[in-house]
Design a protein around this ligand. Structure first.
Ligand code: F3S
Length: 64
């Protein structure tokens, strides 16, 4: 995995990803999550990002 993107039209702002992987996900001014890292996901964060993506209640996080 190198990339994680939050689909803004799907996110409901539940905050799970931002608390699970705060290095990667944060809230934008719109109250929805976004990738705040602006870089490739570091190897040591891949697991937690994957977990956050799988845990998102509306499956708003896409990973590649
Ligand atoms: Fe949104 Fe899902 Fe995160 S609803 S705040 S992308 S866990």
């Amino acid at each position: 995995m190198k990339k994680a993107t939050v689909k803004k039209d799907v996110c409901i702002g539940c905050g799970l990803c931002t608390s699970m992987a705060s290095e990667v996900f944060g809230f934008g001014d719109d109250g929805l999550a976004e990738n705040i890292l602006n870089a490739e996901i570091p190897a040591d964060l891949e697991d937690v990002v994957k977990e956050a993506a799988e845990s998102c209640p509306v499956s708003a996080i896409e990973t590649e």
